[in-house]
Design a protein around this ligand. Structure first.
Ligand code: GLC
Length: 588
C-alpha cells in the first residue's frame, strides 16, 4: 500500500474531508500514527482450531463439550490465542461429526446448551479471545426440517430449497458425478421420484443458493450468531455453493465410471455474486472476520476472494495441503514435491493476497488433514525437532496463524492397522473406493494411514492420567498411546517441549512487531533444504531460517551478518549452519 504523509491531528477529520470532497479521495483512513495501515485484531492474533468432539469432555460421556472448552481456556491464552474456531456444535445427527446440521439455531445436547455457549463466549471474551463459528452453508443434514419438508412433495414452501433433478431416461442419476466422499453425488428419493444432489454424504443434501429465500435464511443465521457476540465465521466448503447452469456428465476419472464433482462444480462462475451479497448483508459494519474454506481457488483468483474487492477477509487455499495429492483424490497415488514447490506456495498465495490488500491465513493442519510432521517432513524420527521447525514457520509467516489442536504438542498421525479402527466416514468410503480401484488391502491401508482425517481428530492429551485427562468415560475415538509423553501437563514443565516452543514464539510475535506486521520475502527460493525468509517493517527486519532436512546444512553466513539471534530451536545456534531440523530467528 502506498504510504501517505498526514499529520496526526488531521486523521480525525479525514473521513469527513473525504465525504465532503469525494473527488478521487481514495485513501484507506485506517491508519496508525506512523501512517501505516493499522491491522485489525484478527490480523494480529493467533487463531486455534478446536475439534469440539475431541478437545475436553466435562461430563464423562466420552465426547468433548463446550464446558470442557471453557475449562481449558487458559491453555489457549498462554499461547496468545485470540480467536477459537469451533468445529460445528449445532444440533446434528453427526453423520459427518457435525458438518451435517439439523438446526443452526441450537447447540447439540452432546456438546451442551445455549447457556454453555453464552458462558464460553463470555469467559473467552474475558481473556480477549473471540469465538469463531463454522458456518456449513453448502448443505444441511437430511434431518434438517427444511429438507424433511423439501422431500415431502414437489410443491411445498421448501421444495426448491435443495437441488432436485429428474432421473435420466433409464432411471439412473441425472449425471455421473462422484461425491467428494465417494459414490454417486445423487440420491434417489421415492417420494418425489427425483434425485437430490449431495457434494458430500447422502446425509448432507446441498442447499439451493439460487433460491433467494435460502440465501436470506443463511444470512439470518449468521446475524443470529453475530448478535450472540461471536468474532467471526469459517465458511465451510464454500466453493461448492453455486452449481453449473446445465447438469451434464463429466469425463470419468476412475474405474467406477464417475467424474469427481470437485472439478465440475467448484468455484463456478457467478459464485462471487452470492458471496458479495452475503458480505454486505452480514459482515459490513460488524467487527468480525470471515475465512472461507476455498478448495479450488488459486493464487490467480485470490484478488476476487479477499481484499478490497473480495468477499472474505481470508481464504484457506488448498494448494499447500494438496501438494502431494493428485486432483483425482486417490490416496494411493501421491505426487512428488520438493521444498522449492512448498516455498512457492507462500510466495504466490501470500503475496497475491497482499497485493489485493487482503490477508493470508497460515495453516499446516486442520481437522481434515494429516498431521504436519508426517505430511511435510521426512519420515525419520526426530519428531520434536520437526514439530518445532514447523512451529517456527507457522508462527513467523506473514498472516494469521491457525493452530490445529494437538499441533502445539507435536501430535503425529495415527498408525492403526485395520480399517475397522477408523471412525471417519470419508476414510471408510475411500478405503472401499481404493479396493474397487484394484488396490490390495495393504496398499489401501498405507494410503489410509497417510491421509485419514482421524489423525487430526484423536482426543486432546491433557495429562498422563487415564485417557490423557480427556474424559473420565470411554473416549469416542481412542486416545493415542503416546499420551504419557506428549501431553500438556508434561510439556508445560519441560522447557524444551514443543508446547513451550509455541508459547515462546507467540511471545516473540507480540514483542517484535515485524513478525506480525512485516512484509514477507523468500530470500533463498532456490535452496532445496532451507526455508529462509525475512519479515520487514520500517527499520526492523527479522530473518527466519528453517532446515527441512535431517542433516546439518550450511548457508551464506553473510545473510545474518550484524543481526542478533532472538530465537533458536537448538541450544547452540551457529551462524552459517543449521542443525538437523533446526530453526533460528535473527533480528536486525
Ligand atoms: C469441509 C469440512 C469437512 C466436512 C466437509 C463437509 O471440508 O472441513 O470436515 O466433512 O466440509 O461439510
Amino acid at each position: 500500500m502506498k504510504k501517505i504523509k498526514i499529520k496526526k491531528g488531521i486523521l480525525s477529520i479525514l473521513p469527513l474531508f473525504c465525504l465532503l470532497f469525494n473527488g478521487g479521495c481514495n485513501i484507506n483512513v485506517n491508519l496508525n500514527v506512523n501512517n501505516t495501515p493499522r491491522l485489525k485484531w484478527w490480523q494480529k492474533t493467533i487463531a486455534y482450531e478446536i475439534y469440539v468432539k475431541s478437545f475436553k469432555d466435562s461430563d464423562g460421556d466420552g465426547i468433548g463439550d463446550l464446558n470442557g472448552i471453557t475449562s481449558e481456556l487458559d491453555h489457549l491464552k498462554d499461547m496468545g490465542v485470540g480467536a477459537i474456531w469451533l468445529t460445528p456444535c449445532y444440533v446434528s445427527p453427526q453423520a459427518d461429526n457435525g458438518y451435517d446440521i439439523a438446526d443452526y439455531y441450537n447447540i447439540d445436547p452432546a456438546y451442551g446448551t445455549m447457556e454453555d455457549m453464552d458462558r464460553l463466549i463470555d469467559e473467552a471474551g474475558k481473556r480477549d479471545i473471540r469465538i469463531v463459528m463454522d458456518l456449513v452453508f453448502n448443505h444441511t443434514s437430511d434431518q434438517n426440517e427444511w429438507f424433511l419438508k423439501s422431500r415431502s412433495s414437489k410443491d411445498n414452501d421448501k421444495s426448491d430449497w435443495y437441488i432436485w433433478a429428474d432421473p435420466k431416461e433409464d432411471g439412473s442419476a441425472p449425471t455421473n458425478w462422484r461425491s467428494i466422499f465417494g459414490g454417486s453425488a445423487w440420491e434417489y428419493d421415492e417420494n418425489r421420484g427425483q434425485y437430490y444432489l449431495h457434494t458430500f454424504l447422502p446425509q448432507q443434501p446441498d442447499l439451493n443458493w439460487a433460491n433467494p429465500e435460502v440465501r436470506e435464511e443463511l444470512c439470518n443465521i449468521a446475524k443470529f450468531w453475530i448478535d450472540k457476540g461471536v468474532g467471526g465465521f469459517r465458511m465451510d466448503a464454500i466453493t461448492y455453493i453455486k452449481k453449473p447452469a446445465v447438469f451434464k456428465d463429466g469425463t470419468p476419472d476412475a474405474e467406477d465410471g464417475l467424474a469427481g464433482i470437485h472439478s465440475i462444480t467448484a468455484n463456478t462462475d457467478g459464485i462471487l455474486d452470492y458471496l458479495h451479497e452475503f458480505r454486505s448483508s452480514v459482515q459490513d459494519g460488524n467487527d468480525i472476520f470471515t475465512v472461507g474454506e476455498a478448495n479450488g481457488v488459486t493464487s490467480e483468483d485470490l484478488d476476487k476472494w479477499v481484499g478490497k474487492n473480495g468477499v472474505f477477509d481470508m481464504v484457506f487455499s488448498f494448494e499447500l495441503v494438496n501438494i502431494d495429492l493428485p486432483d483425482e483424490n486417490n490416496w494411493c497415488v501421491t505426487r512428488d514435491w520438493d521444498l522449492k514447490k512448498f516455498k512457492s506456495f507462500f510466495s504466490e498465495n501470500l503475496l497475491s493476497a497482499d497485493s489485493a490488500d487482503g490477508w493470508f491465513p497460515v495453516f499446516l493442519e486442520n481437522h481434515d488433514q494429516p498431521r504436519s510432521i508426517n505430511h511435510f517432513m521426512p519420515d525419520d524420527g526426530e519428531r520434536i525437532a520437526k514439530a518445532k521447525a514447523l512451529s517456527v514457520l507457522l508462527l513467523t509467516m506473514r498472516g494469521t496463524p491457525f493452530i490445529m489442536q494437538g499441533e502445539e504438542l507435536g501430535f503425529e498421525n495415527v498408525d492403526w492397522s485395520s480399517i475397522t479402527d477408523y471412525n471417519d466416514i470419508s476414510t471408510k468410503n475411500h478405503y472401499e473406493f481404493l479396493l474397487g480401484e484394484g488396490y490390495s488391502e495393504e496398499e489401501a491401508m498405507a494410503g489410509i494411514r497417510r491421509f485419514s482425517r482421524d489423525s487430526s481428530r484423536t482426543p486432546m492429551q491433557w495429562d498422563d492420567s487415564e485417557n490423557a485427562g480427556f474424559t473420565t468415560g470411554t473416549p469416542w475415538l481412542p486416545v493415542y498411546p503416546d499420551y504419557k509423553e506428549f501431553n500438556c501437563a508434561v510439556e508445560r514443565k519441560d522447557p524444551d517441549s514443543v508446547l513451550n516452543c509455541y508459547i515462546e514464539l507467540s511471545k516473540l510475535r507480540r514483542e517484535h512487531s515485524e513478525l506480525t506486521e512485516g512484509d514477507y520475502k523468500d530470500i533463498l527460493p532456490d535452496d532445496e533444504n532451507i526455508f529462509a525468509f525475512t519479515r520487514t517493517k520500517d527499520d526492523s527486519k527479522a530473518i527466519i531460517l528453517i532446515n527441512f532436512t535431517s542433516n546439518e546444512v550450511s548457508y551464506d553466513g553473510g545473510l545474518t551478518e550484524g543481526a542478533t539471534c532472538i530465537f533458536s530451536t537448538t541450544p547452540k545456534e551457529q551462524r552459517g549452519h543449521l542443525a538437523p531440523y533446526g530453526a533460528v530467528i535473527y533480528e536486525m
